[in-house]
Ligand binder design. Structure first.
Ligand code: NDP
Length: 490
C-alpha cells in the first residue's frame, strides 16, 4: 500500500476530519499515480489556524538569533532531502528532474538567506521635537500568516513565504495547490524537524474554492501571502479587505523581451529559449512576448527556430529531456485555445503549434515548443497570460515603439532589454512598467533583490530584505523621560 501524505497540524501529521483522500497523477503519464493524500476541509483549516494562533505568543517572543538557528538547520535538512523532494516534484508537477533539483536547492538557499537576515531585525531610537521625549520604532511579527502557493513551482514559491515569515516571528498555515501538494507536504515535514515548536508551521490541503475563504477571512489570521493567478489574487484581496488584513500578492505576468539591433544575438537567443521553455513555459517571469528590432529580425527568427527544433521533450526523468509536459489537461487546452485564437486573427505558426505523436508521449500533456509571428495585438496570446511553451515574436523599428508595446499589457512583472548601449538600456529600464528589468540578462529572480509585480502582477515583494519587511509590522512607542505634564490648549 502506498503512503498516505497527511496534513501537519500542531506539529503532528494528521488525517483530515472528513477522512477524504485524493490521488495525484503524473502529468507525463496520466495513468500513473504518484501518491495519495488526505484532503482537508474548512474544519481542518480552522484547526490549523487555531494551532498557529495558540503558538504565536511563544514563537513571536523567541529571539531572532534563536529563530535564525532553526532556519539554518531547516536549510541543512532541505539540502539533505533534496533528491527525495525533487523526485516527488517532478512526478507530480512534470518539470524535468534537474529543474526540480534547482528548485529545492534554491529553497534551501532561501532558508539560509533568511536565517542570516533574522538577527538583523531591529527597530531604532528617534529624537523628538520635545527634548524630554524620545521615540522608539519596534519591528514586530504580524501574527498568523496564511501562505498560499500555486502548482508551477510549488516548493520555491512556498519557501519564499515560509522562511521570511518564520524569521520575522510569525506562525503559519501553509496551503499548497491541490494538484501539487506532495512536495510541499514533504518540505513542511522537513522544516518542522528543524526544531520548530508544534503549531508554528502547519499545512492544510484542500481546494482553494472550498477552504480559501476560511483561510483568508478567519479573524485569527493577520496576513495572507499569495502566489497564483491575478483573478484569484483579486478574490483573496477582496476577502482580506473585510478585515484590513496584510496581503502580499505575486500574480500573473506577460514579460516582454526587447532585443535591439546591436544586441549580442547568441546571448539573447539563449536567454529567450531558456526563459520561455523551461518548466514547459509555466513560469511567471518567463519571456512571453519577444520584440526584435527590424535589422536583426530575420536572423533572429531563423536562429531561434533552429534551436527550438532541437529541444527534446519527454519525461522529466529522461536524461535527454529539456522540456517536460504541461502540468494539466486544463493548461494544455488553455494554451491551444490561445494559439488558435491568434491563428484565427492572422498569426502564422513558425514552429510547433501541435501535440507530439511520438510513442511514449501520448500518455502525457506534452506540447511542442512553439514560435508564432504576426500576432494581432488584440489576440489572447498578448492580452492574457500565456502559461505554456508558446512564444510570440514581433518586429519593431524604434525603441519608443517597443517600449509602448511592452507596456501595453495589464501585467507588469518582469521585462528585459538587450543592447550594448547602456544609456538606452537605462532609459528603457526606467520607462518599462515592471517590477524587474533585466539588462542583457536572463529573466530570473535573485535572492538578494526584491521580486514582485507592478500593475495587475501583484503587490509587495518577495526575496531580499523587502521580503522580510513583508512579514513585519512597524510600531511606534513614545517615551516621556521626565514625566512632564502636557499643557492644555489655553
Ligand atoms: P491559482 O490562482 O489557480 O491558484 C493558486 C493557489 O490559490 C492554489 O493553492 C489554489 O488552490 C489557491 N486558491 C484558489 N482559489 C482560492 C481562493 N478562493 N482563496 C484562496 N486560495 C485559493 O493559480 P495557479 O495555481 O494556476 O498558478 C499559476 C499562476 O500563478 C499563474 O498566473 C502564474 O503567473 C502565477 N505565478 C506568479 C508568480 C509571481 O511571482 N508573480 C510566480 C509563479 C506563479 P487550488 O489549487 O486548490 O485551487
Amino acid at each position: 500500500m502506498t503512503e498516505l501524505y497527511k496534513l501537519i497540524i500542531n506539529g503532528k501529521q494528521v488525517e483530515s476530519e472528513s477522512g477524504a483522500t485524493a490521488q495525484i497523477n503524473n502529468p507525463a503519464r496520466t495513468n500513473e499515480v504518484v501518491g495519495s493524500l488526505s484532503v482537508g476541509s474548512v474544519e481542518d483549516a480552522k484547526k490549523a489556524i487555531d494551532s498557529a494562533y495558540d503558538s504565536f505568543g511563544g514563537w513571536s517572543e523567541t529571539t531572532p538569533r534563536a529563530r535564525s538557528q532553526i532556519l539554518f538547520r531547516a536549510a541543512e535538512l532541505l539540502a539533505q532531502s533534496e533528491s527525495e523532494i525533487a523526485e516527488i516534484l517532478t512526478r507530480e508537477q512534470g518539470k524535468t528532474y534537474p529543474e526540480s533539483l534547482n528548485e529545492v536547492r534554491l529553497s534551501s538557499a532561501v532558508f539560509k538567506y533568511y536565517a542570516g537576515l533574522a538577527p538583523t531585525i531591529s527597530g531604532r531610537k528617534v529624537d523628538l521635537t520635545d527634548p524630554t521625549e524620545f521615540g522608539l520604532v519596534f519591528k514586530k511579527p504580524i501574527g498568523v500568516t496564511v501562505a498560499i502557493a500555486p502548482w508551477n513551482s510549488p516548493v520555491i514559491l512556498m519557501a519564499v513565504k515560509l522562511a521570511p515569515a518564520l524569521a520575522a516571528g510569525n506562525t503559519i498555515v501553509a496551503k499548497p495547490a491541490s494538484s501539487t501538494p506532495l512536495a510541499d507536504l514533504m518540505m513542511c515535514g522537513v522544516v518542522n524537524k528543524a526544531g520548530l515548536p508544534p503549531g508554528v508551521l502547519n499545512i492544510v490541503t484542500g481546494k482553494g474554492s472550498e477552504i480559501g475563504e476560511e483561510l483568508v477571512s478567519n479573524k485569527k489570521v493577520s496576513k495572507i501571502a499569495f502566489t497564483g493567478e491575478t483573478e484569484t489574487g483579486k478574490t483573496v484581496m477582496s476577502i482580506a479587505s473585510r478585515g484590513i488584513k496584510r496581503v502580499s500578492l505575486e500574480l500573473g505576468g506577460s514579460d516582454p523581451m526587447i532585443v535591439c539591433d546591436d544586441a549580442d544575438l547568441d546571448l539573447a537567443i539563449d536567454a529567450a529559449l531558456v526563459s520561455r521553455f523551461r518548466n514547459c513555459g509555466q513560469v511567471c517571469m518567463s519571456v512571453k512576448r519577444l520584440y526584435i528590432q527590424k535589422g536583426k529580425y530575420e536572423a533572429f527568427v531563423q536562429r531561434i527556430t533552429e534551436r527550438i527544433r532541437k529541444i527534446t521533450i519527454g519525461d522529466g526523468f529522461a536524461k535527454e529531456s529539456k522540456m517536460g509536459p504541461l502540468h494539466s489537461k486544463t493548461q494544455k487546452q488553455k494554451i491551444m485555445g490561445q494559439l488558435s485564437d491568434a491563428v484565427e486573427k492572422g498569426a502564422n505558426v513558425i514552429y510547433g503549434g501541435k501535440e507530439p505523436t511520438e510513442s511514449g508521449l501520448s500518455q502525457g500533456y506534452f506540447y511542442y515548443p512553439t514560435l508564432v509571428a504576426n500576432v494581432d495585438q488584440t489576440s489572447k496570446l498578448i492580452q492574457e497570460e500565456v502559461f505554456g511553451p508558446v512564444l510570440p515574436i514581433f518586429k519593431f523599428s524604434t525603441i519608443k515603439e517597443a517600449i509602448d508595446l511592452a507596456n501595453d499589457s495589464p501585467y507588469g512583472l518582469g521585462s528585459s532589454i538587450w543592447t550594448k548601449d547602456l544609456d538606452l538600456a537605462m532609459t528603457a529600464a526606467s520607462k518599462i512598467i515592471a517590477g524587474t528589468t533585466w539588462i542583457n540578462s536572463f529573466h530570473e529572480p535573485q535572492i538578494d533583490l526584491p521580486f514582485g509585480g507592478l500593475k495587475e502582477s501583484g503587490l509587495g515583494k518577495e526575496m531580499s530584505i523587502e521580503g522580510l519587511e513583508n512579514y513585519l509590522e512597524t510600531k511606534s512607542v513614545v517615551v516621556n523621560s521626565k514625566g512632564k505634564k502636557r499643557a492644555w490648549l489655553d
